[in-house]
Design a protein around this ligand. Structure first.
Ligand code: SAM
Length: 284
């Protein structure tokens, strides 16, 4: 997979992809990253990339010409007339390649989308700055606008790094244990969880769309707190049950919205009811 990041601040990325899994993915040739300095695609003395907004108002807007030139240097063509459909899923230039505009107005970036994007050969990430990017760039070149959350960043660089990191670790071969991405928060739905007559998930199981369970390591005692006894018991059946209950508890507490789409066994539902009853009693 090749990432191309188009930015006004190429220095932002110095070092950011030089650690851990992401570094290893590059050294093993599974991922390459190109950083395109937008100012290299300007032709005036001041290397101008922005201008005042039409219609007045605050701030500056990234001009379309340098971005178009940067994209042309990457072989990205403007969409043809037929392809200029609003909210098109891809630009039709190339099935294995996407141009993504980072934007607070974009569709939410999720693990599900990261998994889909990890199948591509190339992703071009376009970082906005100031008030944003001239909208014609979005219309002409971009397959999707992506937002990393409901807040406004000062630039698209942080968002591009987040998106690239989340996608990279899902590329086959990048994680040491390929299965591990399925077992963490927002992991794949594992039908076996629901199908298991006893309602007891296997030792390693897809999180089924729930948050991950809490993790502990040595020492068993830390600052007066003990690691949960069940994890030291060696009873794998009980460990699996405990972990599943912790997943449900944490998801109910921090992200109850995820429960609506999660794969839940009959036992999961009973457990959720019990926690809700517990909470109800506590409140009463
Ligand atoms: N005027 C824009 C708005 O209100 O939506 C905000 C522009 S923001 C100051 C500058 C750039 O940061 C955007 O063009 C975009 O590339 C990036 N950005 C800001 N928030 C973002 C978010 N939540 N997700 C992705 N990119 C974001």
């Amino acid at each position: 997979m090749r990432f191309e990041i188009v930015t006004v601040f190429p220095g932002f990325f110095a070092g950011i992809f030089e650690h851990g899994i992401v570094r290893r993915a590059q050294s093993e040739g599974l991922v390459t990253i190109g950083i395109q300095d937008l100012r290299n695609f300007t032709h005036d003395r001041h290397r101008t990339v922005d201008d005042r907004p039409f219609g007045g108002g605050e701030g500056m807007v990234l001009k379309p010409e340098p971005i178009a030139k940067a994209l042309a240097s990457l072989g990205v063509r403007p969409k043809s007339e037929q392809e200029l459909t609003p909210n098109a899923v891809f630009n039709g230039h190339d099935e294995a390649s996407r141009v993504i505009l980072l934007s607070a107005q974009g569709r939410p970036f999720t693990q599900t989308l990261a998994r889909e994007l990890a199948r591509l050969d190339r992703i071009v990430l376009l970082c906005g700055r100031y008030e944003g990017v001239d909208e014609r760039i979005n219309e002409l070149y971009c397959d999707m606008e992506l937002s990393i959350g409901d807040y406004v960043l000062s630039g698209g660089e942080l968002a591009a790094a987040v998106v690239a990191d989340a996608i990279m670790r899902l590329i086959p071969g990048v994680l040491g244990n390929q299965a591990s991405s399925e077992f963490e928060s927002f992991g794949i739905i594992d039908e076996e969880i629901a199908a298991n007559a006893e309602g007891v998930p296997r030792s390693q199981h897809g999180s089924g769309g729930l948050l991950d369970y809490p993790h502990y390591t040595r020492p068993a005692e830390f600052c007066g707190l003990s690691a949960p006894e069940v994890l030291l018991s060696g009873d794998h059946r009980e460990i699996r049950r405990w972990r599943r209950e912790q997943q449900l508890r944490k998801t109910l507490k921090n992200r109850p919205d995820l429960l609506a789409c999660a794969t839940l066994s009959a036992e999961d539902r009973e457990f959720l009811e019990a926690i809700r009853a517990e909470q109800h009693q506590g409140a009463g």
